[in-house]
Design a protein around this ligand. Structure first.
Ligand SMILES: [Zn+2]
Length: 103
């Protein structure tokens, strides 16, 4: 992951109202890479693992997590329903970002 400079969590980015988002050396542009995917060897039946790489998944629906400013957009019940209706490789790709290399 690239150094985010003053941006993001704990930084002086626009989210905290402290000023423009600036990277290392005062740069005002750049690239940030965030990856959300299942770890190697992921067990799709391990529902607790979902919270590690599914940032839209609400731990406590109906969602009130963001205090009205934002909300999670999917529930464990919805993902569980998708898991039982999809082929395993399709579910792993769709919800774990695991490439289907079966052909
Ligand atoms: Zn929530």
């Amino acid at each position: 992951m690239l150094d985010s400079g003053d941006c993001g969590v704990g930084g002086a980015g626009p989210a905290d109202g402290a000023g423009p988002c600036r990277g290392p050396g005062g740069l005002r542009h750049g690239i940030a890479y965030f990856e959300y995917s299942a770890p190697e060897g992921w067990d799709p039946l391990d529902e607790d693992s979902y919270f590690g790489f599914m940032p839209a998944l609400c731990p406590s629906p109906p969602c009130r997590c963001g205090g009205g400013k934002w909300r999670h957009t999917i529930t464990l019940d919805a993902i569980r329903s998708e898991r039982v209706s999809m082929e395993a490789p399709e579910f792993a790709r769709a919800y774990g970002n695991v490439p289907d290399r079966s052909g």
